[in-house]
Ligand binder design. Sequence first.
Ligand code: NDP
Length: 249
Amino acid sequence: MNERMPLQGKVALVTGASRGIGAAIAVRLAQDGADVALTFATSPGPAAEVVREIEALGRRGLALHADSADPAAVVRAVDAVAERFGRLDILVNNAGVFPTGPLEEVTLEQIDLALAVHARAAFVGAQAAARHLPKGGRIISIGSQLAERVPRPGVTLYAMSKAALLGFTRGLARDLGPRGITVNLVHPGSTDTDMNPATGARADAQRAASALGRYSSAQEVAAAVAYFASPDADNVTGTSLLVDGGTSA
Ligand code: NDP
């Protein structure tokens, strides 16, 4: 193995990677040697910019429009990456939305969307990826610290939809373990992105809730994904890692 390029020769797909944590994951996997495809829903320009960053690292990049709320689009994206790059080694389920608000105001549409993007998309994406992944393959999902602990009201739907990934990760680890494919989950805490800017109205409260008194960067979350993707994590499956500055401690 090349120590500085642990993912050389691998192909990864990161969902929802036009911005934020997904974009940081896509670039990090490319830095580690992988060719990287990504999906986006509404941001073709930023997605193309991430592809340019991947290509500047000497890797192949590909941006695909695929709304994670549409299961057929997710499956098409997975198959398209395997077709275009000739293989698929790593799927990262990252696309996410952040519905918040008083319990009585949560709509059925919001419930359906959160469950579709966070849980159903991960499931059908994994089903499709499993048809392509070789021994050593990886499925890594982005959950949330709020799937483990819920320190405030107003995030029940988000917490529920992300907690689904705990059972998904454990079950899938059992389904795919016999094939030498690992399945893991990264739970970010407050991370400075468009979804949760470190300058936002609730940012000081989130900093105060963490042991380290600060936000995570998207790159710190990406580093955890890179670990699970790497050969160092060959014997690690069905587990989750909090990158939350000790908010859950
Ligand atoms: P951002 O809002 O900054 O970025 C979201 C990304 O997901 C964008 O690339 C967006 O694409 C994509 N996306 C959203 N909806 C869809 C969809 N239906 N189909 C495909 N892509 C979609 O969010 P973050 O980077 O902060 O979040 C990334 C993940 O991390 C999410 O799963 C989130 O829940 C999780 N997370 C974030 C935390 C935080 O504090 N930031 C904390 C814990 C977890 P486009 O630009 O095309 O719309």
